[in-house]
Every structure is written in C-alpha cells, then in structure tokens.
Design a protein around this ligand. Sequence first.
Ligand code: TH1
Length: 821
Amino acid sequence: MYNPRFEKETFKKEVKHNVKTLYRKTIEEATPQQLFQAVSYAVKEVIIDDWIATQNQFKKDDPKIVYYMSMEFLMGRALGNNLINMTAYKEVKAALDEMGIDLNAIEDEEPDPALGNGGLGRLAACFLDSLATLGYAAYGCGIRYRYGMFKQKIENGYQVETPDNWLKEGNPFELRREEYAKEVRFGGNIRVEYDDSTNRTKFVQENYESVLAIPYDMPIVGYGNHHVNTLRIWDAKAITDFQLDSFDRGDYHKAVEQENLAKTIVEVLYPNDNHYAGKELRLKQQYFFISASIQAAITKYKKTHDDIHKLPEKVIFQMNDTHPTVAVAELMRILLDEEELGWNEAWDITTKTCAYTNHTIMAEALEKWPIDLFSRLLPRVYQIIQEIDRRFLIQVRERYPGNEEKVRKMAILYNGQVRMAHLAIVAGFSVNGVARLHTEILKNQELRDFYEMMPQKFNNKTNGITQRRFLMHGNPLLADWVTEKIGTKDWITDLSLMSGLKKYADDSKALAEFMDIKYKNKVRLAEYIRKHNGIEVDPRSIFDVQVKRLHEYKRQLLNILHVMYLYNQIKEHPEMSFFPRTFIFGAKASAGYIRAKEIIKLINSVADIVNNDRSINGKLKVVFIEDYRVSNAEIIFAAADVSEQISTASKEASGTGNMKFMLNGAPTLGTMDGANVEIVEEVGMENAFIFGLSSEEVINYENNGGYHPQDIYNSDPDIRKVVDQLINGTYSNGDHEMYRDLYNSLLCPKDGSKADMYFILKDFRAYAEAQKKVEEAYKDKERWAKMALLNTACCGKFTSDRTIQEYVDDIWHLDKVTVEI
Ligand code: TH1
C-alpha cells in the first residue's frame, strides 16, 4: 500500500472529520462541493508528508534544480490526478462508495484550473508530472491568475466569453507562503552613482512603483515514488505604506496606485494562443513573475551555497517560449547590481543557466516590444539588454565583416523594438524546437542566421504527453485492458511497453475487446453530448474529432467546408453509400480574433442545418462541444475514432493533441506537419491518413507570393458550390453577408493579405480523398480495429517521460533524487 492513511476506515474517518470541522455537517448533509473540499483536504494531508520528505531529501542530496518558467500551466483538475499518482485512486473510490459518495461526481465539483491557453500550457503541466515521476527536482514558476482561460458559452451559434472564477470556492491543494514574498519594481529612473571606496558604479532605481509578489505552492505528485515537486505561482499584493521608503510614506496617491497595480497585474490570463498583442500589462505580468521567481531561486541557492559563480552547477532556468525571456536580463541585473559581479562573470553565469524553447514560427506570435514602452517600464533591465546587444553585435561584425545586413537581421534591438527571441537565443545556451520538423525549419529558415553562427545551441526535443492523465485517468477501461494484455502495469512509467500490444494486431478476440472499449467510451461521450448539447449522436457512427484552439492555420475551416461538401453529396446522390459520421469540434477562439469567431458560428450553423435535416437519415451529425478544456478533453480523446490534425504544413510546431488521440487508439488524419511526421514514422503510413502539401511546398509557395485559389474555384464545381454557400444564404437564413469575410479570405481578402493564406482550397481535394479512405477503412471492421490498436501500441515515444529524460540528458543534466520514506 502506498500509504496507510489511504486505508479505507482511516480515510473515511478523515473525510467525516473534515466535513465536520470545515462545515459543521455530516456526510449526509454536506453538498457535493463540500464533499469535494473534505476529500481533497484528506488527500492533501497525505501529500504534505511526502512533500516534506521530498524537501528534506533535496536538503540532503543538494540536487541540481530546474526552474520551468512559464506564463501558462494548464493543469486540469488535481484531485483525480493526485489520487492516481499516489496509486490510491481505486482504494479511495471504494472507500467513498461505502459512504455513498461517488468519486467521479466529487471530481466534477473541482473547477478545472485553466491557467493556460492550449498546447503550450498543457505541455508545461505534462512536464511537471513527468519531472516528479522521474524523480527530478523541479519548480514550475508562473502566475496565479485570478481568472484563468475564459469559460465559453455558445449562444445562438456565437461564442460568448464569461470569466473563469476558479478560486471562488477556494483551492484546497494550494499553500500560501507569505514569508517568501519578494518585491518587484517597475518604472522610475536609474541614478548612476560612483562609489569611490569600492571603485564601482552603482545603478539605483528611483521613483519606481512596486508590488509584493506572494507565492502560492501547489504540490506536483510523482507517480508511486513519494516525490512531490512544487508549482509556485505568484499573486500580487500592494506594498502597504509602512513598507514604503520614508520619502513616500503617507503618499496617498502612490498607495492607491500601487494597490491598483497589484490588483491588475495578476487579474487575468491573456487568452491569445499563438498570437502577440503587445499590451503593456502583459509585459508587467512577465517581469512580475520572472523577477520574483529569479529572486527566490537565488535566495534559495545562497542559503546553502556561498559561491554565486557556481550557480550553473545547481540551477537551470528553462524558458517556455519567449514570454519569460526577460529572465536573462533580470538574472544579469541581480548578478551585477546585487551580487556586485563584473559583466563577464555575470554573463558567464547567465549563459550557462538559461535555456530557451521555441514553440512557434507563426510571425504574429513573435514578441517584439516597443523600446519606449519597455525602457519606461523596466529601465535597468533595458540598459542591460542594450549592453547585451552591443556586445553581441561586435561578435556579429567580427564574424561577418562589412555585412550590415546580418547585423540588422540578428540584432536584439532593431527598428525601435526589443526582439525577445533574439535575446533568448543570444543569452541562452540551448535553443530547442518541439518536434523534429519544427527544429529543422528553425535551423534552415526562421533562425538560419543564428544556427549558422552558433549551431551548438540548437537541438530538438519532440513534445510528449503524460499517460497518467490521458490514459489512466481519462480512459480507465483501456488502461486496465492494456495492463491485462501486456501483463504489467509498468507502462504507467514506461510507455515503450505499449509495444507489447503489437502481438494482438491480428488477434480477433483482442481486437473485438479493444473496439468494445472504444464503443463504451463513445457511449460515454454521446451521453455527455446529449446532456450538454441536447443532440443525439449514434455511437456506432464514426467519431471524427478536431479539438484544439481555433486558429486559421489549424484549418477548422477546411474541416467544416468538407462537411458542407459531404452534405451536398448526400443531398445530390441520396442513393450513394455513406457510412454515418459524427463530426465533433471543440475550440475556443481568442476573444478578439474575429475571423476565428466567424468559423465557430459557421460550424454551429452547419450543425443546425445538417442535424435537423431528416432527409439524410442521421447519416451526418455535427457537434460543437462548448468550453473545450482539460476535463472534457479526457472524455473526448477516449471516444475518438479519427484524429483531425490538418494544419497547413510547417505551421504547427508540434501539436500534442495528436499524441493523446494516438494513445487512445485514434488514427491520425493529417498533414505532414509538426509531430504528425514522427507519429506516422512510429505507427506506419498504412495506419494513418496523410494528405496535402508538404512543408517545403508550402514554404515554396509562400516565398513566391502564394498561389491562385481562383483557379481551383473556377475549375472545381464541388468546391465552388461549397465556397458559394458561404455567401448565398444557405447557412445564414438568407443573409449574404454573415460569412462574406470567410469567403473573401479564401478568394480575395480585403485586408491586403494573400488569398487563402492557409492553402485550404489547395488541399481540399486531397483532404476529401483522405476522408474517403477513412470511410473505406472504417467499413472493414477488423482492418480498422487493427489500425486503431496499432496506434495505441506504437505511441511509446510520445510520453512526456521520454521528452523530459531528453531534456535532462542533453540540456539540464539533473540528478535523480530518491525520496526515502
Ligand atoms: C503551441 C504550438 O502551437 C503547438 O504546436 C505546440 O505543440 C505547443 O505549443 C507545445 O509545444 C504554442 N502555444 C503558444 C501559445 C502562445 C504563444 C506561442 C505558442 S506556440 C501564447
């Protein structure tokens, strides 16, 4: 047994006790939310012991620590996951059953912590799970947003955003740690002082505003190893006036301003995925959590080490995209101004401690802060960046004498902007992409100049996902079946063992069992859809699923145009054979992304027409699942037959949903983009449906001004019909304007951009043919079952455990910790 405190009677007593002391109630009287709280506190009690033990082990072993710096951690619910990782899920479920409490219902009471947008934030969460499971010392560093990712409602087919007040009922798993608060300073000016006695120039920030950063710690439980790491997210508080400089004391305006600053800084997560908006508050958020995290890391290091020069032996700051990149300058500031090191010493430490992960090549996602804004908000940090840039450009000119074009292309400060990616590459010792293809594109296209100058920094770390959440928790039927079939549950920590399923690929009994589990999961999703959408879907139809953030490059528009095409086909040829299909969508659009919202409306309009057309006998259904998030994702992946991964080749850096589908036995229908390439390599071309332009072809077209979608429109009547239906009122009650912008985006954009930038019409025929092949394959039950099973069997590479081990081996060089209990 993992812990005697999970013993049935002990645990039951604990829950009863909690209900009594927290709410003055009995189990029978308690509300489901109160039961969730009481159960969670009982679980936390046990976690705390392991958490303490882990910290003590760290003190003994003094391991190297990775600080995973991220604006986003899309954690998903904690209760079920913690129970799984403490290997107590089934025991606790049984104990609660005896008390008449349904664990699943209790789990549904937990708000889904959504401190992230999508793949990037969820990757950070999977990484924390793997770090703890593999026994490495790690901190996640982020922001405790008051409001996470908005809740999505669909009203009249349109997305409506409502605030995600995830802390309303209190978060039972967090610990507030006021005593580790750090001050963070913004604005003002820098006074330069010369100190004769030490011969040093001092840089003193004056007239600044400051906030107090208060850490909240959440436990990150490793699987079955008593290892508990920490996610440290920062809240902001005004510095009360007695803490102000004597000069400022009693300054009422200043006190109120600082109150406001503190409140607004952590108020809300920016709901943009793969997009940079350039808002001042966002930069404040970045510096706020970075300054607090770096200060805390240095304080911690200095508690037990006296030589700051050896920081790189014990500390790594991994920067999750450019959002935390101000870290390099903040570390320099602390080393220069507070530790009083010289530039070269400080630079040496910084460039051995900081590493950067690139997650996108989308131009609109690149962070380029206007210099005036940046230098006003972070005057000292800006000075340091100027000096980093000055010294870097000397090197560029040495390497490429007379080549001012190179200087312009590579500079950190250029054209009135601070280019954060360049800063990260120059100051980091490692630059990694998140899938093989993506890393090659970085090296050969986007970051070519940097790769040429410093090839040793570049490396690939293909993303991964945690099987603890996305199989054990999300798909318990399949998890148990896998354990039975391969004769071990070691796959929970070694996903390569899934290959043990390959021997069942031609075993009809095993295949039938596998598909029976898929069927049950489809029934579960069908019930969810009935309850939430009021739509009846047939679990015997093909569940064809595209769930991810809504973005033009992800091409949900291609998917829904194809649905419109199928509908036309069925209507025109009622006798045509057609295997029933349910197209399932789930996607949030950034609140300000108008075209993405139009696509959501279109999907819902098509759903309305198609689902209510009795003449097609329910052959086609379209479902838009409201508020796609981690908790319903688990249900969706388990139930999917087809995994739609149809981004314009070269645009999706990796994708991680693709891996979750694969794990759950859904073949990929996709382009050769991101990690799809590696998925196909593992599972075999014959077990996926690949179509469309290659990334090289896309890049080629882009470099030559695009292509002519008009030609396709003119020559292909089926495509023309579908495109025309955007403006002839078919899906808009006769309104010819509702989808005019989508129509224009394909043929003649009004904003000066290229027509059909994402090659939707170009790839349409290839997509339709691939979809035809899906249908053919599905009709042959055995063949489909084999494909599906092989997807599960071949997914071993895509565990985040493998990804993390690669980061450790090539970048972080962490020490393993064994927690002794
Ligand atoms: C995503 C990428 O689009 C996706 O391909 C990848 O699998 C995932 O990161 C994890 O590596 C990104 N999300 C964001 C979010 C923001 C900015 C850039 C990216 S890239 C806010």
